[in-house]
Design a protein around this ligand. Structure first.
Ligand SMILES: NC(=O)c1ccc[n+]([C@@H]2O[C@H](COP(=O)([O-])OP(=O)(O)OC[C@H]3O[C@@H](n4cnc5c(N)ncnc54)[C@H](OP(=O)(O)O)[C@@H]3O)[C@@H](O)[C@H]2O)c1
Length: 243
């Protein structure tokens, strides 16, 4: 039976991904920083399926614990999905560098720290798939969220480079750019329904993308074209658009 490790397993997207993989018969290792939130999620999945489910504590910002965390996994994973993220408060980040550090720490440094360790293991084993949930916010910096966007841009570039490096080793790396998605992270925002996915749509796109060994997945197809247009708007015009 195949094993998946989901990092940031209390996230709404991660819960949908866990349900999808459980339904497909995979064993789950669910890792999150808040065990009080994670335990009922794992218990609910256990009631619904006959697979093995392990819950572990994992904090993306505790970089020095990442190797011990990974080395002590009971089930070596076939797939690792890095879902955790922090949108941050852009206005606060203008003046409070702690907010900047937290945003970069969770979305970039923490992800790189743990995925470097996963990549080393997968490269040695000559197999495995890594997926990272990045964001279209990283495709072009905008005034409304450029600290989060720049951390996700770094993460997207990291995943691209990792994919490039591991292509000859039999290891697959997939970047996921969900566009808008209805989750805790966006519950205070008014999102356009035609451009907003449900966590289940993201989960299905992640599962399908990994099965087909896709490189970059936009979970609603139109986001690929929206971002293509946005990336090509000349800077002289873009800076006046106030996005
Ligand atoms: N929702 C969207 O529109 C959207 C769009 C593009 C990309 N994304 C990305 O999608 C991913 C999933 O987010 P979501 O939308 O499902 O939002 P969410 O439900 O708020 O999930 C965010 C998750 O990140 C976890 N997290 C934050 N800091 C952490 C840390 N230091 N260590 C470990 N885990 C930490 C949170 O854990 P706690 O439960 O402990 O807080 C939470 O489980 C994120 O990477 C996000 O940036 C979201």
């Amino acid at each position: 039976m195949k094993n998946i490790l989901i990092l940031g397993a209390t996230s709404d997207m991660a819960q949908a991904i866990a349900k999808k993989y459980a339904a497909e018969g995979w064993n789950l290792t669910l890792a999150a920083r808040n065990m009080e939130l994670l335990h009922p999620i794992a218990s609910d999945l256990r009631v619904r399926s006959k697979i093995e489910i392990i819950s572990l504590e994992f904090d993306a910002l505790e970089f020095s614990n990442h190797r011990t965390f990974y080395d002590s996994l009971a089930n070596p994973p076939d797939v690792v999905i890095c879902v955790f993220g922090y949108m941050g408060d852009q206005m606060l980040a203008r003046t409070d560098f702690n907010e900047v550090q937290k945003t970069i720490g969770v979305n970039y440094t923490g992800a790189v720290s743990i995925l470097n360790i996963v990549a080393e293991d997968f490269e040695k084993r000559g197999k495995g798939s890594i997926a990272g949930i990045s964001s279209v916010a990283g495709d072009r910096g905008r005034q409304s969220n450029y600290i989060y966007g720049s951390a996700k841009a770094g993460f997207s570039a990291y995943l691209s480079g990792l994919r490039n490096r591991l292509a000859q080793s039999g290891v697959h790396v997939m970047s996921v750019k969900p566009g808008f998605c209805y989750t805790k992270m966006t519950e205070s925002l008014e999102l356009p329904s035609a451009l907003t996915a449900d966590p289940e749509q993201v989960a299905n796109a992640v599962f399908k993308g990994l099965e087909k060994k896709q490189n970059v997945v936009y979970t609603l197809w139109m986001w690929r074209w929206i971002m293509l247009i946005i990336r090509h708007i000349p800077e002289s015009i873009f800076k006046k658009m106030g996005m």
